[in-house]
Design a binder for this molecule. Structure first.
Ligand code: SAM
Length: 341
């Protein structure tokens, strides 16, 4: 698969594959929608088993299964097919790690008109601080988005709390905390810690539902506000700002970090996690793509490198600022500390 995307090819195969890229995504979503990976996990391994389990013809089963196998979503073992490890972990329905809803949201509800990206790129009109996606958000939109996001977020939150020890901390402020997963996992791990999720008004209604569902309403609260404009709740000794970098311009990111520094407790720590560019801005592609996404939002959002985020934190007063790979280099964490005095 990989060599198809090698830019040094002499033929046009890579270009053909890029032109067809949306078909690969459609295959992936159809497989999720049919429940292919769930059925394979539950024991439908041959083409005949799979056709029966999905209630489709054997010819169509062969078509989708062979394409998924070519994409290494399924692996062939003789006449049988099994899920690749990441598929088995994240795309089998009924598991708490199931992320199918997230991918289906992006395919079916993505607010961006990617077929007309060139037209959006030609626009020269004014840009806004808060992207259009957020301005028009209703409670129902937020509920649909976070239904997909929650499982992904819980996975990220578990990863965060495995690599960062906040056991001695008292209060987490999660700016743009969405469904509240970082605070929920902290509260599940540490009996004393409390959390505040600060998010836009329609979102916090949904946040409260997730917090209640996880039985944490006594220790985790949700506060409505816009972190680009409103004051932050004071006194947190852990501040999180995750999944929100590319939506904002460098000056705004610096202002958010400065406000967080001023509002937080002495001796506190701040973590910023999102898709950051390499220092030479040559990649990774997901970080560049999230910056590009903001074209549709008429926002000032763009990619930021990890070194830039580190500089923003140091300029605000944070010390011992370090850059860490969170999910390889594709999602990074920049962490800094406020020192008393
Ligand atoms: C991509 S989600 C990330 C959720 C979570 N922080 C995470 O990393 O998993 C972005 C969240 O930030 C919130 N958000 C974005 N801009 C905001 C703003 N200006 N003020 C408050 N919340 C904001 C969104 O409503 C959404 O819930």
């Amino acid at each position: 698969m990989e060599d198809l995307f090698d830019g040094s090819r002499k033929d046009s195969l890579r270009l053909q594959m890029l032109g067809w890229g949306d078909k690969l995504s459609a295959v992936f979503i159809a497989a999720i929608e049919l429940g292919l990976f769930t059925k394979v996990s539950q024991g439908a391994h041959t083409l005949a088993d799979i056709a029966r389990a999905l209630d489709i013809t054997e010819l169509n089963a062969r078509r989708i299964v062979e394409t998924c196998a070519a994409m290494d979503l399924l692996r062939r073992e003789g006449d049988a097919f099994v899920n690749a490890p990441d598929v088995e972990r994240y795309l089998v329905e009924g598991r708490s790690s199931y992320q199918g809803a997230w991918f289906q949201w992006w395919r079916k509800k993505d607010p961006c008109d990617w077929n007309h990206l060139a037209d959006y790129l030609r626009r020269t009109g004014p840009t806004r601080v808060l992207g259009e996606e957020y301005v028009a958000h209703t409670v129902e939109d937020a509920r649909e988005f976070h239904e997909g996001m929650f499982a992904v977020g819980m996975g990220a939150a578990h990863l965060f709390h495995r690599s960062v020890d906040v056991s001695q901390r008292k209060l987490i402020l999660d700016l743009g905390g969405g469904s509240g997963h970082y605070c929920i996992v902290a509260a599940q791990k540490y009996p004393e810690i409390r959390g505040i999720i600060f998010d836009l008004p329609p979102v916090v209604e949904v946040t409260r539902e997730y917090v209640a569902q996880c039985g944490q309403s006594d220790r985790i609260s949700a506060q409505a506000g816009d972190f680009t404009r409103d004051p932050y709740p004071p006194g947190a000794d852990v501040v999180l700002f995750n999944g929100n970098g590319t939506q904002y311009a460098p000056e705004m990111l610096q202002s958010i970090i400065r406000k967080a520094y001023e509002a937080m407790a002495e001796d506190g720590e701040m973590h910023i996690i999102f898709e950051m560019m390499d220092d030479d801005r040559a990649g990774p592609v997901n970080a560049a793509l999230f910056g590009l996404f903001e074209t549709f939002m008429s926002s000032q959002g763009q990619g930021h490198s990890a070194a830039e985020v580190k500089r923003y934190m140091e300029a605000a007063g944070f010390v011992d600022v370090g850059i860490h790979n969170f999910i390889d280099k594709y999602i990074r964490r920049v962490t800094g500390y406020k020192r008393a005095g």
